[in-house]
Design a protein around this ligand. Structure first.
Ligand SMILES: *[C@@H]1O[C@H](CO)[C@@H](O)[C@H](O)[C@H]1NC(C)=O
Length: 316
């Protein structure tokens, strides 16, 4: 009889966990919108959330451009997606966001070859890598996740404007809530480095960039929204120590999403008809959420914008 209590508590706890998990998993993109005739560019579409996003958008009939550093792997993924969706209109291009020259070459190629661009999804990113620098000497997270995409978006803006109504989707993350601000006094984490903080820092930058860009795009027919995909175990965590990884995974088990679930908010922001005129927002589980006060600091966002312009060489 004595076993009844722990068993009941165990089942109860399991039940509660199950419902918490289900609740957190929420946010499925229910849009049935077709994308025939549209061109969608995804950075890093060869694994994790990007791949699931690409897969969904391919099924909607869009022309897909997958931009990645690993062309061979991405070509295999493209073939897989074509086989599955019947969509043969998928091109793979080389893009290294850790090199501004690569970003410039890539953008020039897109402008030369594409007559329009309807959706740009800034999806690629690095997470928790050891201290390293991009080709131009920027800290890797800030350089790839923020600056590379900052320049890419800037270079593709005219094409996006010409294609209006068009959209930009920026992958940010809930982890921006851990930051007290942009590290203007040590933007490349040269004085102190922690890979998690560097990741969170870059995700805050992504969110501030989105809000500032939305202001600049007012009236152009180009919208930009940021996304928190959910807590997803992807290859992004490849840099984490195995023990840390299992600890993180175990402790987050009830709220973890698989990659398909994690892609839903990106897909929603890229395709949902009702978002045609929605811009400058932060979405989580396919619904707008209020970013932290730090992330809503418009002065800091403006300062980050001007600094980024100088860092990528758009301004003196
Ligand atoms: C977006 O704005 C345009 C122009 O004002 C309007 O024609 C269109 O119906 C709007 N779309 C939605 C979904 O509200």
């Amino acid at each position: 009889m004595a076993a009844v209590v722990p068993i009941t508590v165990g089942i109860g706890a399991f039940g509660i966990l199950y419902y918490i998990r289900k609740w957190f998993k929420g946010g499925v993109c229910r849009s049935k919108t077709r994308m025939d005739g549209k061109t969608v560019l995804i950075t890093g579409g060869n694994s994790g959330i990007g791949k699931e996003t690409a897969r969904d958008i391919a099924k909607r009939g869009a022309r897909l451009i997958l931009a990645s550093r690993d062309v061979e792997k991405t070509k295999r993924i493209a073939t897989e997606i074509t086989r599955e969706s019947g969509n043969e209109n998928i091109v793979v291009k080389r893009l290294d966001l850790g090199s501004l020259q690569s970003v410039r070459n890539f953008a020039a190629e897109i402008i030369r070859e594409e007559s329009h661009l309807d959706v740009l999804i800034n999806n690629a990113g690095v997470m928790c890598c050891p201290y390293s620098k991009t080709e131009e000497g920027f800290e890797m997270h800030f350089g790839v996740n923020h600056l590379g995409h900052f320049l890419l978006t800037h270079l593709l803006l005219d094409l996006l404007k010409k294609s209006a109504p068009s959209r930009i989707v920026v992958l940010s993350s809930l982890v921006h809530i851990l930051m007290f601000g942009i590290h203007f006094d040590d933007i490349n984490s040269e004085k102190s480095y922690n890979s998690w903080i560097a990741y969170c820092h870059s995700k805050l930058a992504n969110l501030m960039f989105t809000r500032e860009l939305a202001k600049k795009l007012k009236g152009t027919g180009v919208t930009v929204n940021a996304v928190h995909p959910g807590i997803v175990v992807t290859e992004l965590t490849r840099y984490l120590n195995v023990l840390v990884k299992y600890f993180v995974i175990l402790s987050l088990l009830p709220i973890l999403k698989n990659e398909r679930d994690g892609a839903q908010t990106s897909i929603h922001c890229a395709v949902a008809d009702e978002l045609e005129n929605v811009s400058g927002l932060y979405f989580s589980d396919c619904a707008p959420k209020k970013p932290t006060r730090v992330a809503r600091d418009d002065e800091a966002a403006k300062r980050l914008w001007e600094l980024s312009e100088r860092m990528v060489g758009l301004k003196e």
